[in-house]
Ligand binder design. Sequence first.
Ligand SMILES: [Zn+2]
Ligand SMILES: [Zn+2]
Length: 715
Amino acid sequence: MKALRIKIYGVVQGVGFRPFVKRLANQCNILGSVRNEGFGVSIFIQGETDNVDNFIQYLHQKKPPSAYYEKIELEPAKTIPQLSDFVIASSKVSEKIGLMPTDMTVCDECLEEMNNPHNRRYLYPFINCTNCGPRFSIIEELPYDRPTTTMKRFQMCPRCESEYKDESDRRYHAQPIACPECGPQYFLHPEIEPSVKMGIPDWAIPIKIASDYLSDGKIVAVQGIGGFHIMCDANCESAIARLRKWKCRKSKPFAIMVKDMNIAREIAHISALEEELLQSPSAPILLLKIRENEMISDKVAPQLAHLGVFLPYAPVHHLLFKFDAPQILIATSGNRRDEPIAMTPEDAMSRLDVADSILWHNRPIHNRVDDSVGFVANKKLFLVRSARGYTPARFSLPQDGKKVISAGADMKGGISVCDGNFIYPSQYLGELSEPMTQKFWEETVDKFTRWLKVEPDIIACDLHPDYHSTRLAENLSSKWNVPLVRIQHHKAHCWATVLEHQNFEPALGVVYDGTGYGDDGKIWGGEFFYVEPRTAKCQRIGHLDEIILPGGDSAAINVIRMAYAYLIHSYQSADNIPNIPLLKELSSLERQGIERIYSVWNPPITTSMGRLFDAVSAILSIAYKNEFEAQAPMLLEAKAHEIPIQEIISMKPYSFRIFEDDESKQILDIRPMIRQICDEIVSDIPVEKISARFHRTISIATIKIIDIFSNKLNT
Ligand SMILES: [Zn+2]
Ligand SMILES: [Zn+2]
């Protein structure tokens, strides 16, 4: 006989964890109890030694798909002779709150029920269970319980209630439990009476009609888990053109939702890991390399090698396809340009006027949460936008610290709140240049501080004096009457990476970015740091060579001007630049303007890697302008993808020089590379090859600088 006390930290609440533990205990002949705690879940187990060992093994192997263990602590305990059962004990009221569950894609069992004409939830778009369904998006307060979600307005019918209360049912304590009799419904705006009998239950009719609209080439706004999508047929050029015009997006790519994995495989190259991620409970949008195909209009992502792809994740998405919507749909965020996505039906009706129809529901979304976006490299997922399915998350600190609200930057904004033990980053919020996003930002700060019961000791913000987020942080600092700490943009990137990877040993950080206000007032973006997480030391140890930034921020749009600055920088004088096609695209007035900046006192200076990628794209005449953020570098990358990877890694890099400045920083001088690139343009080497070799050179140069500094550290 043996007894253990087990503490599990992580995502173990709201994911069907306690019923799982009870089933496991019954299978293994274990007595004891399980209960929710502030940190996660605590379990007491007692049984024969073999049974206890089996239980521990299965606890790791068989956990519910959405559970995530941060840490498990095992501690021997005294056996209790009078124990006769394994029970789910009621939660201890705790000051500290465990991790909030994230929204989960509909599970296979629920899908099967939804497709079964004999099931009472046949074609019901709000089907869910303890393993799936909405969570974060509907939570108003903690602890997570039906009365603290937006489901509180729906009174459970007797059948739902008995499932909810039955420990052996797969909907035991599924807070969003619902059925056609008692739960939320979908509606169409404008309303329409179907002219023919459709032979499906009433609750599915609005979805069937929306699906027909999509097949007819119409644009439909669809309310899902965390907000609205705007959808249309990905092969209907007239609908795409209307959408582009309305969104003021000339060429920025749209994400697509595809019917199933078979279709996804037809249009994109998908690795086993990518397949797994697309079908995971978090179901992110993945950037996938597109195959040549006839199924998607080339207006969806003009000239790009990659496209954002996701699979249906809400029951309503599955139903749209079941009712024969086009197999590939554009499913772009329900907003115009940089505003936050529409969250309420009223909001959608007033803002999304491009939609011919709005498919909305009456289960209120409390927390707006966009789709997450990521890509796979080196067999790992990298999230470029963390939102639905990944938020809220939390990260441990190397040691306990102060309570902090951090403001984030202006582009792709987000906040984080630290309770002294963990950092909780918010979901992606959007562009802070938009007043509506600023309001969303303030609401999010309020919610996170309330949920986490944090009264901040410090407010942290970006060093940039003109960021909207800086101004909002200044407001917070005076509201709470606490100090404001300004942190350099790329140092913040570096720290965020350290926390994400939970590695607190001294490290070298490489941050390649477009723009960030530097400690010295220059525009940084090609930076090397040495960090010591335990002492909070972060030292700039190297960077891309400095160059003037012609026209300040507008250089990020008119990349041809940046290219010309690099040419002058590399050839010392305009007269020495070889005759490459780019020169014909610049008027002599523009050229003189840029040349003159060199003689100006105190011109804007940058070390931005983003601007170098812009410049090379323009030097190769791939793009002279960024019509959307990073378009020129993306087109440049697309060219490199034409070359097989084996060929790229055997390429000899272009020449570059690394030198040490008078502050012992390693400086990467790429002027020799620019001159070689121009020579190759003149000798008609294909741009695909030049682009590939450029990417190769930057990676080799990066490793070289890391090597130099590592050697310095080791001697
Ligand atoms: Zn389910
Ligand atoms: Zn019901």
